[in-house]
Design a protein around this ligand. Structure first.
Ligand code: ADP
Ligand code: MG
Length: 698
């Protein structure tokens, strides 16, 4: 049987059933059904003894006898409790329904086999509503295998496609199609990577002979899934490198050297040096650079960007750097202009609010090449903005820019400019490998020397007065503080009320004229927002009350305290970004997480993680575990979500192995032309035609 045929070719699958399978589970072909994997198994191959039971054994089968039965009165009705005993101990069986009928049917001191889920209560196991069978009956049936349990829906089971029917459909399918399942790997490859054959794997994932074979089948199928994703990403990278030409920045010249030797205000960290080397290597090859630069807040990405831009200028090109907001663009501009003071480099700022006269000047400078660096917002992407020869585009905080916008810039000149995307959102390695596997990634994993860790504490709302007192002390020392409120779209009205109430109570506690307070939130006009921001930046106000609009990039080194209200409502990466607003100066900085007493267990974990570490990558790992890959930035559109069996978080060791194997294969045989790779090539080609999910990423 051909696996591409519709499921109606399977014995026992009527047109009606086929339609249900399609509408409920999206299953059309035999192959689709073959890849509907069980999410758990009922294991009746194994017997447990009572003393073997552990908290993590969920469903178990035990042989023993019922030695006692009693009815226990409860608030409503009664429950039936039986004592079940084997040679090693005893436990309770419990029924809440059908008490009378069950009580009458139970036989004392006769061998039974029970099966069911365990409940744990103060360290002791009990089994509610067990499946119960006399050993004499049980022996008549032969239980040789573990039974699969498939993902299902209410409609499916209501319309008669029960687990039993599912099992029989799959059994028939495997019987009919077993010989048509094609092997994707060569014998050698499977031996080297210790992989079970494809047929055996599919058979055992559905009907495992035992735990060991199940584990092997799972490993093989996960490996295969991850391997082909990696192969696609790596091929894409190879093809892009070969296909998309880029400008060559051959020399390190006057501008770079002059700046490096005479204007660089500090020594670069080793991580910064390493990243610069990676970038220089990229731009010297003639291929197009598409590099992601990850570095925690304050790790010093700006200087790396600037040096890269100088490299472009030394080779006769212009450079641009884009930021997601006007405030950030302005800060970049000020910082870069200051660093470049005393050099011959010309730098300008272009934003939505640049005046017409200034715009004209900028347009002209860009076109005749006299303007070297353009800093700005989205305004840079307007059609009117034409560079003479843009060599590199640097994008700060990439997630704020759409992919389409990014590539639009490419069409302004002959070759696409090199692209360096900088992000302060650390992406866990596993995710980066699966989502951005076709990009080159650089990581600044070291903070400049002398930074003090931000002291982070968690306090409950009732401690607010003590917190205010602490803020006063800091302000009296000349510091500034942030107080941030959550703003979640669904509860916007209430959140604004919280913000305003908070603002009022802070105004009362910190009266003018001694204290000045800025407030910034999303409902304000941009001009008002900028005005308030500006007062805080200049030190005219000591307290900044805000929603998360200040999250990205704002730099006020004199601010030493970040108070986060209702911290339990923020996500981890947001908390981390917010905390990164302080600790930018020489002073000891603090982050105070305020929360109510009612915390979910995830909420507790988030706050504890923040208190325990300032390492953005560690925080990102916890975040990924808590939320799963589907909710992490940038992964929504990627195939990570479409994984059928593997899990990028739990199966990261397999992911590393699969990626390594794919890299080796392509190094050895970049076009997969060798005969032993023919089956891999075949599968790869087919995936290229059908999936296409990867084309949307970069
Ligand atoms: P981010 O990676 O968050 O964009 P920045 O580039 O804004 O970080 O750098 C944060 C601060 O650290 C800036 O004030 C910058 O001047 C300073 N800095 C960057 N690199 C170094 C270094 N190697 N040594 C000392 N200070 C540095
Ligand atoms: Mg920055």
């Amino acid at each position: 049987m051909n696996l591409n045929q519709p499921v109606t070719y399977i014995k026992g699958v009527s047109v009606a059933r086929a339609e249900l399978l399609y509408s409920e589970l999206g299953i059309k072909t035999c192959n689709d059904l073959l890849h509907l994997f069980p999410f758990r198994y009922i294991d009746k191959t194994q017997f447990y003894t009572i003393n073997q039971l552990q908290q993590n054994t969920s469903e178990v089968q035990i042989a023993g006898k019922i030695t006692n039965v009693k009815t226990v009165k409860q608030k409503r009705g009664s429950r039936l409790v039986a004592t079940f005993t084997d040679a090693t101990g005893s436990m309770e069986l419990v029924w809440f329904k059908g008490v009378k009928w069950i009580k009458d049917s139970l036989k004392l001191n006769v061998p039974y086999v029970i099966y069911g889920k365990l409940n744990w209560y103060s360290g002791k196991a009990n089994m509610p509503h067990p499946e119960l069978e006399l050993v004499s009956e049980y022996k008549k049936k032969l239980q040789t295998a573990m039974q699969p349990v498939y993902p299902s829906t209410e409609k499916l089971s209501n319309k008669g496609i029960s687990q039993k029917i599912m099992r029989s459909m799959l059994q028939n399918l495997l019987q009919q199609a077993y010989g048509n399942i094609e092997e994707t790997f060569s014998v050698n490859f499977m031996q080297e990577n210790q992989l079970l054959g494809k047929r055996e794997s599919l058979l055992n994932i559905h009907f495992p002979k035992n735990q060991e074979l199940l584990a092997k089948a799972e490993y093989r199928l996960k490996f295969e899934e991850l391997f082909f994703i990696q192969l696609q990403l790596l091929m894409k990278k190879l093809i892009n490198k070969a296909k998309i030409k880029g400008y060559v920045f051959e020399q390190v010249g006057e501008n770079f050297n002059n700046f490096y030797n005479n204007h660089l205000p500090f020594d670069l960290t080793n991580a910064q040096k390493r990243v610069l080397k990676e970038i220089r290597k990229d731009v010297s090859t003639g291929a197009h650079m598409n590099r992601l630069l990850q570095g925690d807040v304050g790790s010093g990405k700006t200087i790396v960007a600037l040096l890269t831009m100088l490299l472009a200028i030394d080779n006769g090109f212009q450079a641009t750097i884009m930021a997601p907001t006007e405030i950030l663009a302005t800060q970049h501009y000020n910082g870069i202009a200051e660093l470049l003071e005393g050099t011959d480099i010309k730098v300008e700022l272009l934003t939505g609010s640049s005046k017409t006269k200034k715009r004209r000047e900028i347009h002209k400078g860009l076109e005749d090449g006299s303007l070297h660096i353009l800093v700005g917002t989205h305004a840079i992407l307007e059609d009117k903005v034409q560079f003479k020869n843009l060599g590199i585009a640097i994008i700060d905080e990439q997630h704020r820019f759409g992919v389409a916008q990014r590539s639009k810039m490419w069409h302004k000149n002959e070759l696409p400019p090199h692209v360096l995307v900088m992000t302060a959102t650390p992406i866990p390695r596993t995710l980066a490998m699966s989502v951005y596997g076709d990009l080159d990634i650089s990581v600044i994993d070291e903070l400049p020397p002398g930074r003090k860790d931000i002291k982070t504490v968690h306090r409950y709302d009732s401690n607010r007065l003590a917190v205010f007192k602490f803020l006063k002390d800091e302000i009296n020392k000349g510091r500034q503080v942030y107080v941030v409120y959550p703003l979640i779209q669904e509860s916007e009205a209430m959140d604004y009320k919280d913000l305003m109430d908070g603002y009022e109570s802070i105004s009362r506690e910190f009266p003018s004229p001694k204290y000045q307070i800025s407030i910034v939130h999303g409902k304000m006009k941009p001009a008002d927002k900028d005005y308030e921001m500006d007062r805080f930046v200049k030190g005219e106000t000591q307290i900044m009350v805000a929603t998360t609009v200040i999250e990205v990039g704002v730099n006020v080194p004199n601010a030493s305290v970040m108070v986060i209200e209702s911290a339990e409502r923020f996500g981890l990466s947001q908390l981390h970004q917010l905390r990164g607003r302080v600790g930018r100066g020489a002073e000891q900085s603090y982050c105070i997480l305020l929360s109510s007493y009612q915390l979910s267990s995830d909420g507790k974990t988030r706050l504890k993680t923040m208190v325990d570490t300032v390492d953005g990558f560690k925080i990102a790992e916890v975040d990924l575990k808590l939320r799963g890959p589907g909710n992490i930035m940038g992964t929504q559109q990627s195939g990570v979500l479409n994984l059928k069996i593997a899990d990028v978080v739990k199966d990261s060791p397999i992911l590393y192995k699969a990626r390594q194997t794919a890299i080796q294969l392509l190094e050895d045989d970049p076009t997969m032309i060798k005969p032993e790779n023919s089956s891999i090539l075949k599968r790869y080609t087919k995936l290229q035609k059908t999936s296409g999910i990867w084309s949307s990423i970069s």
